[in-house]
Design a protein around this ligand. Sequence first.
Ligand SMILES: C[S@@+](CC[C@H](N)C(=O)[O-])C[C@H]1O[C@@H](n2cnc3c(N)ncnc32)[C@H](O)[C@@H]1O
Length: 414
Amino acid sequence: MKIKILDISYNGKGVGKEEGGKTIFVPKVDVGEEVEVEVSKTNKTFDEGKVLTLLKTSSNRIEPQCPYFEKCGGCDFQHLTYEREKEIKTEIIKREFEKIGVKEKIEFIESEKRYNYRNKITLKQLNGKLGYNEASSHQFVEISFCPLADEKINKAVFDVLKFLKTKHFSFLKSVSFLLSESDVLITFLFTQREKLMIDETLKEYSIYLAVGEVLEKARITKIFGKENFYKVCGVNFPLFPTSFLQVNTLVSEKLYQFVQHNVRGMRVVNAYSGQGVLSVVLAQNNEFVFGIEYQKSSHEIAEKIKTKNMLNICGKVEEVLPNLTGKLDAIVLDPARAGCKKEVLEAITKSNITKIIYISCNFATLMRDLSLLLKDFKTEKISIFDMFPLTANLETCVILTKKQEKSKNLLKNA
Ligand SMILES: C[S@@+](CC[C@H](N)C(=O)[O-])C[C@H]1O[C@@H](n2cnc3c(N)ncnc32)[C@H](O)[C@@H]1O
């Protein structure tokens, strides 16, 4: 069937209309293009399609650099210029904010690197091969490098593939690669315990063995290598296979500096603080920083790198924040994809916090949480930090300040 692409949806897919008006989503196209498509999946209210032939092409098209782009499903915009990718991302965020009545200008913070920006990747293992699972079909797509990953990681992928050729593992589920200042941490995740004897091929790396279904909950043992560190905004911190690291170091530094600049001189809560790197950055220019993180392993690292004007609390934000006493001026929220619990938003509203910096990698939950916060706060600034170039994923940062009349009421009732 022939369709015209009318729009790009929030997940980077082209939107078209079939005869009869049913919506069809098609990946790897641009607005205005005319394409011959086949339906690959049908749902009640919409279909998903695949391009068979490009009939009319966009002037924004370029040749994708990755040989796996068509099959892999990890990237959405390799067929378009960066200019067009930035325009699409800004348009998506603008539209979402307009839905909740916010018409702020959107600032776009670019990534210097469009390729080779990832400091970590996880690849599935199947019969000695490594690859990704295609997003919608979940089919294994074999790869021997990922152009989004740092070159040192790709060298490690090459060496692991060489190593796997000489071995046979029955329970090896995946291999994760994490960049440190001077090395790559390679973690072999087994669903059941299996012997891992490394050889010369992997002697230049730090090797970990993990047993479990997912890395975050696995039992992890170090097999080989030195202690590892990573540096963000000049903060040096120990690195482990489970460490949370924003995937794009250069953009995460811009984000942390942006947050630092916007809460300068305040008493700040850094909620969902991970290993406390942002807390340390904030503590350089702030009176006091409270970090709240529930993962014990991350909290322990935060304790190792903390400065004098910092307090790290190990607990759930929804339980800790309502009981936090004393003067607080601002809060940084950087939750996981699930967003914030209602109790967190209510606690902020009831407190004397006048500034919120909400960092989000999932704008569905961001929009949900903002629609509650916007009763008492107004948006000052919306910025997109392009943490994940070539993919439709976005890191959005919203600055909110307390509406004047709400601050006055709180003072009156104090
Ligand atoms: C997106 S990461 C942010 C990490 C940190 N801000 C950084 O930039 O490194 C989200 C963090 O929230 C933590 N987390 C998730 N749910 C939580 C909760 N209910 N209470 C406290 N921490 C939570 C996760 O363990 C993770 O470290």
